[in-house]
Design a protein around this ligand. Structure first.
Ligand code: ADP
Length: 307
């Protein structure tokens, strides 16, 4: 999506962002040797063209970035009010990305099966699809999984994008149950479960009956939980003293985790890379921090018990 953010002088600044897009950009930065493709649909409008150029500039593979004839790039505007609260306005009802399932041919799915090891998507991906496309999308992903592609999913929940909370719960549980790796945010899941709050441990118990090989529980600055092979592990988060903007905290966390996993790192290092990048990202405004501000990840070669 194209992001428009008003700075303190009232000037609008434009960037590109979106949850899986942010994860793709950060993953590529952390893991230059990994091929990272951004699969979606843009329009043919000016912003869509610039988004495509941006992807190429940051070395994202756009072989599965389709373009729709008449629809255009989704937009959102962020303004900060006098109390410092951020307000978002979305213009995405007719975005090109909503048609992504219709753009992908059987040959594309076949190529994805042959040319990728992992597919990562989120509850936002599901939310913007029609009910019929959502069903087709999940069926395609399940077929990919049977063909050996691993699936990673994030429970990113935006209530306004769903027709109902019940529908969100049904689809998110279906996605979780059919994934190899799941990132579940406690705030997102509290919304989906329609409860005021849930801890990482409670969420692990709630999701334990679903068959997820690697479940990562994100609870903001409280903790990170992992449920792997029936074992529950917990990791402390060192709180950042001056949080500037939490946009993309979860997206960058996912990228850090995935980069470490693809690098063959053990569970504790996956969490460490994830926390380190997220802690840095929240000290800068906007979703994508300057490349010069990226932390350096040092691969740990000594402990590969879960690699
Ligand atoms: P999501 O945005 O997906 O719901 P969280 O809000 O849990 O995810 O944040 C993702 C990660 O960002 C956390 O797991 C943590 O590592 C990091 N994080 C978030 N807030 C803070 C904070 N105040 N201090 C340090 N790290 C934080």
């Amino acid at each position: 999506m194209a992001e428009f953010r008003q700075n303190s002088s009232g000037v609008w600044q434009q960037a590109f962002a979106g949850d899986v897009f942010n994860t793709a950009v950060y993953l590529k930065r952390l893991s230059a040797e990994t091929g990272v493709a951004f699969a979606s649909t843009t329009g043919k409008d000016m912003l869509s063209q610039q988004l495509r150029q941006y992807c190429e500039r940051v070395s994202l593979d756009i072989r599965w970035l389709k373009s729709h004839e008449s629809r255009s790039c989704g937009l959102y505007f962020i303004q900060t009010d006098e109390q410092g609260e951020r307000q978002f306005s979305y213009y995405r009802e007719r975005s090109a990305a909503r048609t992504l399932v219709q753009q992908f041919t059987a040959a594309d799915w076949c190529a994805i099966s042959e040319q990728t090891d992992w597919v990562f998507y989120s509850a936002i991906t599901l939310s913007i699809l029609s009910a019929e496309d959502r069903k087709r999308f999940i069926e395609h992903l399940m077929r990919l999984r049977r063909q050996g592609v691993k699936l990673a999913f994030d429970t990113n929940y935006r209530a306004s994008l769903w027709e109902s909370c019940d529908s969100a719960r049904t689809w998110v549980y279906c996605a979780i149950d059919n994934s190899d790796l799941v990132f579940a945010g406690t705030e997102d899941m509290a919304g989906i479960l329609n409860c005021p709050a849930i801890t990482a441990k409670q969420l692990a118990n709630e999701l334990a009956e679903l068959s997820v090989p690697e479940l990562v529980l994100k609870a903001g600055k409280e903790e990170v939980g992992l449920l792997v092979d029936g074992d529950y592990l917990t990791f402390a988060v060192e709180p950042v003293s001056k949080v500037v903007d939490t946009t993309a905290a979860g997206d960058s966390f996912n990228a850090g985790y995935l980069a470490a996993l693809l690098n063959g790192q053990p569970l504790s290092e996956r969490v460490q890379w994830a926390k380190t990048l997220a802690a840095q990202v929240i000290q800068y405004p906007g979703a994508i921090i300057p490349e010069s501000a990226m932390p350096t990840m040092v691969p740990n070669k000594s402990d590969h018990q879960h690699g």
